[in-house]
Design a protein around this ligand. Structure first.
Ligand code: 13P
Length: 248
């Protein structure tokens, strides 16, 4: 799999009729090895159907969260093993919406990332500061403490991805500027080098937050940006494919 990853996050959007968008992305991505990995992380109800819609294509399908445990009495939750069984290859963990809506702490996120690895999935571990933290000059400290708390012990640098998603840029149309992105991605890369030595260069670092066809090329050209995690603009095949093509 390529280190460059263009990932969609459909969040709580999508009915079976939306599978036509998955089919359109799959048809455009095609089969065979690509220089950029395309991934759509879908609501749990659509993972198996999405996998079937993307059959014979290099498009990967992922989940949006997972429980730390493989199975058990956790009503409404979904395990990494279930996502893998449905055909997922990746799972997002620690998205700021999960951290806010479900009180998921760094240690929960680390356990979810471990679960993903146990099930053979690639975890995409999300970090990012709030507007108040940015205005207080705490951005790098916040992101570094999330990295320290959310990346599990024993993981290899090439086994997971990081997504930097400034909370104030998510779904707001306010995209971080290239200086802000470069600063945080550079700090994440330096942190990874401190934890993993030279292999810290292998971890894809994705940017997320109001990425769209108009700003994708500029963002993807920023040093240490190895792809994107795209919300709203991933719901339409044409928009997602424009971003994917900007990465190739
Ligand atoms: P938007 O692209 O809609 O801002 O969402 C970003 C995001 O949260 C992806 O995980």
């Amino acid at each position: 799999m390529s280190r460059t990853l263009i990932a969609g996050n459909w969040k709580m959007n999508g009915l079976r009729e939306s599978l036509s968008q998955v089919e359109a992305v799959a048809a455009a991505v095609g089969g065979g090895e690509a220089s950029v990995t395309a991934l759509l992380c879908l609501p749990a109800t659509l993972v198996a159907l999405g996998r079937a819609a993307a059959a014979d294509s290099a498009l990967r399908i992922g989940g949006e969260t997972c429980h730390p445990n493989a199975k058990g009495a956790h009503t409404g939750d979904i395990s990494a093993e279930m996502l893998a069984d449905a055909g997922a290859s990746h799972v997002i963990v620690g998205h700021s919406e999960r951290r806010a809506d479900h009180g998921e702490t760094d240690s929960v996120v680390a356990a979810q990332a471990s679960a993903a690895l146990r099930a053979g999935l690639v975890p995409i571990i999300c970090v990012g500061e709030s507007l108040a933290e940015r205005e207080a000059g705490q951005t790098l400290a916040r992101v570094e403490s999330q990295l320290a708390g959310s990346i599990p012990d024993g993981v290899g640098a090439g086994d997971f991805a990081i997504a930097y998603e400034p909370i104030w840029a998510i779904g707001t149309g306010k995209v971080a500027n290239t200086d802000q992105i470069a600063e945080v991605h550079g700090a994440i890369r330096a942190w990874l080098a401190g934890r993993f030595d030279a292999s810290g260069a292998e971890t894809p670092i994705l940017y997320g937050g109001s990425m769209n066809p108009a700003n994708a090329a500029e963002i993807l050209a920023v040093p240490n940006v190895n792809g994107g995690l795209i919300g709203g603009a991933s719901l339409k095949a044409d928009d997602f494919l424009s971003i994917y093509r900007a990465a190739i």
